[in-house]
Ligand binder design. Structure first.
Ligand code: NAD
Length: 465
């Protein structure tokens, strides 16, 4: 295989770690090195008990590969020595200074920083060979051009080529990586660039069918990532907007969904209503798309996409208000049990989780929160609330995490389901009811439970649509 001996990845986060673990399991003859500037993050990856990312199947892959052909380091020299391909999987958050305004742009300072350190390393070592650089981070369109300019500025003496790659991202990360619906590789037309494209293509062909690998130019691949996620987010916002209309008219969202999903042009995928989408990608990618439109003078197009995010904010706030109103506008010192803080099931990732927004609204009303999430922990919730600048010191005493739903619900006035974990369908709601305060509410932000069964127990059951 094109004599690839070593692949390194900058960024040991939710994307870098699982991606390299899958690659390493598929290519035992290649050495994979994951580098991060955060030493603590690297230490966590080095031991099974402290992994910073929980994704089903990840531990097994790491057992297979770690200390064999997969290593973690915070030493940049170790990452770049003899490397053939470098993946950039560093974070590209929404720019903080703009986060309070209506339009947003990506902060590419981490991409710039690692590109500069890569360029410096190769300048210093006077290396003259081709290294392929892969953009795995989500970036504004034309970042590839900017990266190229930085490398030129540093008078680098090696050639580099950049690619954007993306996967279907709807189930679990490992499952998506092992069974991608498609892999997109963006590249240039020169013989060297095509050689790099082929190298990447061959890497994937070890486990991905040729037909699923789509080759495009660089800009198209960068834009595709934003557009794919924006279309998915738009679908969630569309169905969520209809839940509000169902509640206002007496229609039933499940029936409406069944009717529209039977139209094969619409289909049934991504049509579950919810308290709102979350995660590090959807909001950021939609706003990133809107920002590019705005910067090109396409105001109407930008406004169209921004509405997808506005609808999502509306849904979160609508659901919080519904809880407060149904509980007679008095949550003062009432215990509310929250089921789920991660943004979707089977992950501990709390970034931009709709649950955190709702939890914060309930805390503002004086509620005490008992939380059960199969994977996410207090520290991740606190970190995310601090990032969003909605954390208050008094919350340390107002939020308590539990190991199971039943213990969490004792003495609470309401259970609020905010993540679609399968666990929450199996809970013993009848037993829990006996130890809760009256009236006992269940607010189902994922429409997971069966209304008849829950109401028969005695709960006041409120769901979407
Ligand atoms: P993350 O925050 O979990 O991890 C990023 C890591 O990069 C952090 O550990 C950070 O310390 C590290 N880092 C920052 N600057 C660095 C530097 N100069 N050198 C080395 N390490 C550095 O982020 P994530 O969820 O893993 O996402 C990473 C990127 O991937 C984001 O841009 C995200 O939008 C994108 N993404 C891409 C896809 C895809 O399929 N292409 C899918 C999801 C997310």
């Amino acid at each position: 295989m094109n004599n690839i001996k070593k692949i390194s990845c900058f960024g040991a986060g939710y994307v870098g770690g699982p991606t390299m673990a899958v690659f390493a399991s598929k290519h035992p003859q290649i050495q994979f090195t994951i580098y991060d500037i955060d030493k603590q993050q690297i230490e966590k990856w080095q031991q099974s008990e402290t992994l910073p990312v929980f994704e089903s199947g990840l531990s097994l892959l790491l057992e297979e590969t770690r200390n064999k052909n997969l290593s973690f380091t915070s030493d940049i020299n170790e990452a770049l020595d003899e490397v053939d391909i470098i993946f950039l999987a560093v974070n590209t958050p929404i720019k903080q200074s703009l986060s309070k305004k209506e339009s947003y742009c990506f902060d590419i300072k981490y991409i710039e920083a690692c590109t500069r350190s890569i360029a410096e390393y190769f300048d210093l070592k006077k290396l003259n060979r081709i290294v392929t650089l892969v953009e795995k981070s989500t970036v504004p369109v034309l970042t590839s051009k900017h990266i190229y300019e930085i490398l030129q500025e540093n008078q680098k003496i090696y050639k580099q080529y950049i690619y954007g790659i993306l996967f279907k991202n709807t189930r679990s990360a490992i499952n998506d990586l092992l069974n991608p619906e498609r892999v997109i590789i963006g590249g240039g037309n020169s013989p060297e660039e095509q050689n790099s494209t082929n190298m990447l293509k061959e890497l994937y062909e070890k486990w991905v069918n040729k037909d699923k690998i789509i080759l495009t130019n660089l800009v198209s691949s960068e834009l595709s990532k934003l557009v794919s996620n924006s279309f998915l987010a738009q679908r969630v916002s569309s169905i969520n907007s209809i839940t509000a209309l169902c509640e206002a008219t007496g229609a039933n969202i499940e029936e409406v969904k069944k009717c529209i999903a039977s139209d094969s042009r619409i289909g049934s995928k991504f049509l579950n209503c919810s308290v709102g989408f979350g995660g590090s990608c959807f909001k950021k990618d939609v706003l990133g798309l809107a920002y590019i439109c705005e910067s090109r003078g396409l105001t109407e197009v930008a406004d169209y996409w921004k509405q997808v995010v506005k609808m999502n904010e509306y849904q979160k706030s609508r659901f919080s208000k519904l809880i407060i109103e149904k509980m007679y506008n008095n949550l003062d010192d009432k215990i509310i049990t929250i089921f789920g803080v991660s943004y979707k099931k089977n992950t501990n990732d709390c970034r931009d989780s709709a649950s955190i927004t709702v939890a914060s609204e309930l805390l503002k009303e004086g509620a005490v929160l008992h939380i059960y999430d199969p994977l996410a922990k207090f520290e991740s919730m606190k970190k995310e609330m601090q990032r969003q600048e909605i954390w208050k010191d008094c919350y340390d005493a107002k939020i308590k995490f539990f190991d199971d739903g039943e213990s969490a619900s004792i003495n609470s006035h309401a259970i609020v389901i905010l993540t679609e974990w399968d666990d929450f369908k199996q809970c013993k709601y009848e037993r829990m009811f006996k130890k809760m305060k009256r009236p006992s509410f269940i607010f189902d932000g994922r429409n997971l439970l069966n209304r008849e069964e829950i109401e028969q127990i005695g709960y006041a059951y409120v769901k979407l649509g």
